[in-house]
Design a protein around this ligand. Sequence first.
Ligand code: HEC
Length: 213
Amino acid sequence: MRRGRSVVLGALAGLAAALCVACTPATPAQDERGEADELDLERMIRQKRYAPYEPAEMFDDGAVMRRPPEGTVPNDRVTGDPGLTRGVAGGAYVDRIPVPVTLELIRYGQGRYEIFCGACHGIAGDGESEVARNMTQRRPPSLVDARVQAFPPGRIYQVIVEGYGLMRSYEPNIPLRERWAIVAYVKALGRSRAAALDALPPPLRERALKELP
Ligand code: HEC
């Protein structure tokens, strides 16, 4: 039985191969045209449809523009503690960074700062940058001088979220945790400027003495 079946299969395969010699393969150009005709990408434009704001009998209120059901919340709405999400709580800037500040967070903030802020405010945060040097309007200020360092963390956070004067908002580019990481790093940069050499642990003091001009 088994033998018989494989003989039949073999014969069929031979026949298929013989037939295929007769087929001429389609050129790629033909293929593309054929496919486009089949897809008919314009059909949704041509179909019967309502235009925006047109009256529509099919709805009880006669309007084609539908209202979201009562209580609908946009899925991109920022929810949660405004101190955390906006840097402002009860009408005041938050005066403590509302996420745990760890060395890891500050290091992370450094990377983000250097990507998003350093080009204008300077890698050292002192406002020395190519952008600042070429700015004809208000320059990006130093973030390590006493004025900005006196800002509560919520204020720096708010500048990142909302922008400030000539500086645009970075809300769409920098997510919440990264913003606080940057705020922590800006504060750390300020501290590093003001640190007294004697206050450093001995190994760091030695390194600072070696490396500082
Ligand atoms: C493209 C350049 C540019 C980038 C990038 C930029 N800034 Fe600014 N920033 C400015 C300018 C310019 C000002 C001054 C705006 C003004 O006075 O109108 C400013 C002002 C500020 C201020 C001071 C606000 C005040 O009250 O005086 C802070 C704080 C600040 N930026 C933080 C940041 C942080 C943090 C980042 C990174 C997330 C950042 N900036 C990225 C250009 C920039």
